[in-house]
Design a protein around this ligand. Structure first.
Ligand SMILES: [Zn+2]
Ligand SMILES: [Zn+2]
Ligand SMILES: [Zn+2]
Length: 142
């Protein structure tokens, strides 16, 4: 399972916050983590329903919000108002987004640290945070 480690890390993080893991919540998290792209609560609920998972829409909303609050989901407001969420490993990373299918690959931050050090020296600017997003075409779409 591709997201196995990330899933266990999220489970551990939620456990630390005394989050009560139930079967429906876990079903939401598993379906969400396997997806690898942004999705709204309604769309995710629809997918779960098609798999005959007994999960209410309110549970989907709350679970996504909880994941975001522990750093395990990124959110993107959509043009039509609904918020879309993306499952994220709790470790700092970046995204490479396919502009054709919306698939998101996680990118580790390794080489950006060097750029940060160079900028700090050059600009005499203490960087405390950064945000990067890459766009392109994924393997399947190219
Ligand atoms: Zn992410
Ligand atoms: Zn693609
Ligand atoms: Zn970074």
């Amino acid at each position: 399972m591709k997201h196995g480690n990330a899933l266990q890390a999220v489970r551990a993080r939620l456990g630390q916050r005394a989050y009560r893991m139930t079967a429906p919540r876990w079903a939401v998290i598993e379906e969400f983590a396997a997806l690898g792209r942004y999705i709204t609560a309604k769309e995710l609920h629809e997918r779960l329903r098609r798999r005959h998972a007994r999960v209410g829409l309110a549970t989907v909303y709350r679970t996504l919000e909880t994941l975001e609050s522990v750093g395990a989901a990124a959110r993107a407001p959509q043009p039509h108002g609904e918020t879309a969420y993306l499952f994220c490993p709790v470790k700092h990373h970046h995204h490479a987004v396919c502009t054709k299918c919306g698939k998101v690959a996680d990118v580790s931050c390794g080489s950006l640290a060097r750029l940060e050090r160079a900028l700090t020296a050059e600009l005499r600017f203490k960087l405390v945070q950064h945000r990067f997003e890459f766009f392109g075409v994924c393997d399947r779409c190219s």
